[in-house]
Design a protein around this ligand. Sequence first.
Ligand SMILES: O=P(O)(O)OC[C@H]1O[C@](O)(CO)[C@@H](O)[C@@H]1O
Length: 242
Amino acid sequence: MRVILCNTYEELSKNAAKLVASQICLKPNCVLGLATGATPIGMYEELVRLYNAGEIDFKDVVTFNLDEYYPISPDNPQSYHYFMNQHLCGRVNLAPENVHILNGETDDPETECDAFDALIESCDGIDLQILGIGRNGHIGFNEPDDALNTSTHITDLTESTIEANARFFDSIESVPKQALTMGIATILKSRKIILLANGKEKHDAVSQLLTEEIDTEVPATMLKVHPDVVLICDREAYGDVD
Ligand SMILES: O=P(O)(O)OC[C@H]1O[C@](O)(CO)[C@@H](O)[C@@H]1O
């Protein structure tokens, strides 16, 4: 795993956006796997800036989002549909038919998840997957457990994730208790992966990732089997602070 250590969140965001922009320039019809949460917001800001400067074009780019709460309406400002529209899709020329986000309102989650994996396969897989990391080491919403699901699936959120994400909701009671998420194999099939982490809250997860053996109780450690992962993190997350 290559590590790019950054001094600031701005530097982290620009480095991540630069790698995404290079992917788009190399392959204008590339398939991107996208993440939500607080961490990638700066990267999306930078991508929008590059788009407005005429440096990248999203016309033929295809996207698949990692996860979505369940149940949740796409109109809910805390849904990942809403997030993506606000931070990227509504601000660049991504074609709506090329944007794929799991439906948090489906009454048949299993069929929804199977169809999502099949659609990724039919697009010849993900070229570049962006990931954040949960405080407990989750990637997507693959929570620590004694076994991990390989394909896209519905999952229960842990108390730790519900508490961490309550900051985005009116109250902890409003945080959905479940989510739909790409599975570990869905993520690992991506040709290249960028993992973003900033802030001291992520230090334990990052240090477990870098120092521990593969362990389903720290789902991010599964990334160690992938040949092309870049961790872009700040010094607080890395632990390199005075
Ligand atoms: O960037 P944050 O808000 O700390 O979230 C960490 C990760 O957890 C999630 O909320 C769940 O997948 C992701 O969206 C994010 O990458």
